[in-house]
Design a protein around this ligand. Structure first.
Ligand code: NAI
Length: 382
């Protein structure tokens, strides 16, 4: 199998983490499959490089290629400060309708963590990426729009609301909820995960968060009846994926106290934003956090960090997040053996205690190496 991966190197530390990270991803594939499978990397322009070469931060050609692509990878993109330019990341997500933001969180032995048993955390968060209070329907207190909307709510719908309020709208659709939960269950089934938890605040927001929960159970019953069972029906041990739900506030307590009971999390946009950072903190921070944004056809992998402008060009950045995003991509296309090699290499590199400066600060007795050298160390452990 030869797979084309379109990539945007990105701004700031993007090009250097790519340069150090890409050979590790390729080497893992070569080692695992002896040339039977390979990746073909094709560069697309976006960000500062695109601006220099074309006068446009996000050329139409890049968007057109991504519209019909299956796999893509991006480094971080700076939001240009001048001219009130919109975030390129938000533009990409919206234009390509990348509705699922997926972040796996697991512990690497040796990294300092604020909890006693970070090793029990092995979860993957599926966060809805397009709806909820992120839809951008929000009006400032005292504006004509806010007043008109609030007066309508008060006068026409009988809502008990102060018309001087600032106001935001929280749309949650059946389509948006179901396609997100479908992805989460598909992942659990294909990767042999034990359970999927629908995280919501449906006890308070019945017709948005509660509806998300109900639509989630509906997808499970209608489309995955052979492979899943609800927690209520499971009655003890089962070989099927268990579908359960938890109210968001309780879930924050659960992931701290009983992380081993949770595997795949499917949740709405705002809950997902909070819980992915909270879980990352449980295992020692965002430094080694990979991610992907997906629509129905495209899986667009990216590290979760930004352009780190203060260390850009200094060979100090950690290429770990990009390399782990690469491992996610390999799992996505079924090259699980190559992905496992990367995970094992990362474990060994961290226990070897020669790591980039960001990790040195989180580990006892570690020494700092540069971005390039850390990539080489990882490759040597494959
Ligand atoms: P940032 O993630 O770039 O930096 C936060 C801190 O983490 C800094 O101290 C930085 O030096 C450090 N850091 C980040 N990645 C690192 C790595 N791989 N190795 C070692 N240290 C690392 O976040 P910040 O400063 O808020 O944003 C900087 C720029 O990046 C902004 O223009 C922002 O818009 C953009 N950004 C882009 C993202 C994306 O493309 N997905 C995500 C987040 C920010």
């Amino acid at each position: 199998m030869k797979k084309t991966v379109y990539f945007i190197a990105g701004d700031g530390i993007g090009p250097e983490v790519f340069k150090a990270g890409r050979p590790v991803i390729d080497a893992a594939v070569a080692k695992a499959y002896n040339g039977e499978h390979s990746l073909v990397w094709e560069e697309l322009l976006a960000g500062e490089k695109a601006y220099k070469e074309t006068g446009n931060y996000l050329p139409q050609e890049t968007l057109d290629t991504l519209q019909s692509a299956e796999l893509a990878f991006k480094g971080p993109l700076a939001t240009p400060i001048a001219g009130g330019f919109r975030s390129l990341n938000v533009t990409l997500r919206q234009t390509l309708d990348l509705f699922a933001c997926i972040r796996p969180i697991r512990y690497f032995e040796g990294i300092e963590s604020p909890v006693k048993r970070p090793d029990l955390v092995d979860m993957i968060v599926f966060r809805e990426n397009t709806e909820d209070v992120y839809a951008g329907i929000e009006y400032a207190s005292g504006t004509d729009e806010a007043k008109r909307l609030l007066e309508f709510l008060r006068d026409e719908l009988g809502a008990n609301v102060d018309v001087s309020a600032g106001v935001g709208v929280k749309p949650i659709t059946e389509k948006g909820s179901k396609r997100l939960v479908r992805k989460a269950i598909e992942h659990a089934v294909s990767q042999g995960k034990p359970n999927v938890t629908l995280v919501h605040k449906g006890n308070i927001m019945k017709y948005t968060e509660g509806a998300f929960r109900n639509w989630g159970y509906e997808v499970a019953a209608d489309e995955f009846a052979d492979s899943v069972v609800t927690e209520a029906d499971a009655k003890g041990e089962t070989s099927k994926v268990i579908i359960k739900d938890r109210i968001a506030d309780a879930m924050f307590q659960e992931v701290l106290m009983r992380p081993q009971e949770y595997s795949v999390i499917a949740t709405t946009n705002l809950n997902g934003d909070y819980i992915s950072d909270a879980l990352a903190a449980q295992v020692g921070g965002l430094g080694l956090a990979p991610g992907v944004n997906m629509n129905q056809t495209l899986a667009f992998f990216e590290p979760t960090h930004g352009t780190a402008p203060t260390i850009a060009g200094m060979d100090k950045a950690n290429p770990g997040s990009i390399i782990l995003s690469g491992a996610m991509m390999l799992e996505h296309i079924g090259l699980n053996d190559a992905a496992s090699l990367i995970h094992a290499a990362m474990d060994k590199a961290i226990s070897g205690k020669k790591v980039t400066i960001d990790l040195v600060n989180q580990m006892e007795g570690a020494t700092a190496v540069g971005c390039t050298e850390f990539g080489e160390i990882l490759a040597s452990y494959l």
